[in-house]
Design a protein around this ligand. Structure first.
Ligand SMILES: *Cc1c(COP(=O)(O)O)cnc(C)c1O
Length: 465
């Protein structure tokens, strides 16, 4: 049997990694100078690296390992399915029990009339599907010119050509000829950094109304859809003011604009509801899912599509779109088992009523730290705004991300994985995290903030700019 056990030394693994492995969103030259941290196993909320050091995984991998590591049931289901039917496509008017059963389960769990799923292998692929599907839908209604998609600056919808264009990340747009035409980006509801003197409520309304102004500018007859994350994740856990989403929903309804809600992070319990759509009481036409759908145990994504859209799409004949691994039997079986565990163990309910309130209370305490300007959290996803001057919501004079990177490396050194986005520290632990683990997490976060603060002072970085 081929083995991928960690039988090489860390230095040998790092050398091979540097020589042959290209990492996503990584400066290879910088990484290869220091060597990657090699993760070799994990259990519950803890990772173990090749040196045997334990790390509390405050990011659930990459926002996905919602049921935690080491659930053998998923491996057993995968093995059984691989032995029975490892692969068959769903192109040739064929189907198979895992794809069917998961589709029915998703229809049951999803809010409203989102009763149909188009499978993909990832969130990026699913958003590429959505881009084409909304345009195809309007064409089917005799309105092919209704094709522009409005998104938001600093949104993250994936990094393929389509999904990266839908997203609003300047770093992605700067490389490889993006964004593609027909996509426009309005401002984000990021009160802490962009709210100025407005109250969060006033600011939320102002930012939502930009959607209406943009629709009027472009002409309603030319706009297909608005796409957004309920809470921007990769952009830095940007939690919109309470006034934002109701106004967005009103505008989409008033102008016949399809609403695509990208729930790749917020789906499957992250907010304490099964979907962020329920948390914010939205009525989407399409919901993007991925990450937590399989708790990251296998790659899978998809688009949940409303009855209303399906009626139009079915009248239009073939949708010339699909992926070899759309509805892969093994990934569907594993996703189904993940959903069973989430349901049977009442993990989402526990987030809502127990662990999220507890972590939120402890997280808010970090807001008192001299380096922290704001500590915010919904469900189990949160951010800390690092600042040289708490009272002024000030930015650092140094390049954005300088202090954040010190923060991330300090956390790693202390045995805690928190990601930095610019000068924000962000958190999204496995949904199964318990009180004792939350206390350990907060203790490590405080220690890391103290050390980051000391390092920033020593390097003359505590200067507003
Ligand atoms: C991660 C993410 C994606 C992209 O998913 P991939 O599986 O990495 O392609 C899309 N949308 C959101 C909101 C995400 O967080």
């Amino acid at each position: 049997m081929a083995s991928i056990d960690n039988h090489l030394s860390t230095a040998e693994l790092q050398a091979l990694d540097a020589a042959h492995h290209l990492h996503p969103f990584t400066d290879s030259a910088a990484l290869n100078k220091k060597g990657a941290r090699v993760i070799t196993r994990a259990e519950g909320v803890y990772l173990t690296d090749s040196e045997g050091l334990r790390l509390l995984d405050g990011m659930a991998g990459l926002w996905c390992v919602n049921i935690g590591y080491g659930r053998a049931e998923l491996g057993e289901v995968a093995q059984r399915q691989m032995n029975q039917l490892p692969y068959y496509n769903t192109f040739f008017q064929t189907s198979h029990p895992p794809a069917i059963t998961l589709a029915a389960k998703l229809a049951e769990l999803a809010p409203g009339d989102l009763n149909h799923v188009f499978y993909a292998g990832s969130g990026s692929e699913a958003n590429d599907t959505n881009l084409r599907m909304v345009r195809h839908y309007w064409a089917s209604q005799g309105k092919p010119e209704k094709s522009i998609i409005i998104s938001r600056k600093n949104a993250y919808h994936g990094s393929s050509v389509g999904s990266g264009s839908l997203g609003g990340m300047t770093g992605i747009h700067a490389q490889g000829g993006m964004p593609i035409p027909g996509i426009v980006h309005i401002d984000q509801p990021y009160w802490y950094r962009e709210g100025g003197d407005l109250s969060p409520e006033e600011f939320g309304l102002e930012r939502a109304r930009q959607l209406e102004l943009e629709i009027e500018r472009l002409g309603e007859e030319n706009v297909a859809a608005f796409i957004a994350e309920p809470i921007q994740g990769a952009g830095g856990v940007i939690i919109p003011p309470a006034t934002y989403w109701p106004e967005i929903q009103r505008i989409c309804d008033a102008h016949e604009i399809l609403l695509i809600v990208d729930e790749v992070i917020t789906g499957f319990g992250r907010t304490g509801k099964w979907f962020g759509t329920e948390f914010y009481d939205l009525k989407p036409d399409i919901v993007t899912i991925a990450k937590g759908l399989s708790s990251g145990y296998l790659p899978i994504g998809g688009s949940l599509v409303s009855d209303r859209m399906i009626a139009g799409l079915e009248a239009a004949g073939e949708f010339a779109h699909g992926y070899t691994f759309s509805g892969h039997p093994v990934t569907c079986a594993v996703a189904l088992e993940n959903l069973r565990i989430l349901e049977d163990e009442k993990i989402v309910e526990r987030v809502e009523t127990d662990t999220a309130p507890y972590l939120q209370k402890r997280w808010a305490e970090l807001g008192d730290h001299p380096l922290v300007g704001e500590a915010r959290m919904v469900g189990l996803m949160g951010a800390l705004e690092l600042t040289p001057d708490k009272s002024a919501r000030a930015k650092f004079a140094a390049d954005e991300g300088t202090v954040g990177l010190i923060g991330r490396e300090t956390c790693f050194g202390n045995g805690l994985v928190m990601r930095h986005v610019g000068d924000k520290m962000i958190l999204s632990p496995p949904l199964v995290i318990n009180h004792e683990e939350i206390d350990a997490l907060i203790e490590l976060a405080v220690k890391s903030l103290d050390e980051t603060h000391a390092a920033a002072k020593a390097q003359g970085l505590m200067v507003a700019g």
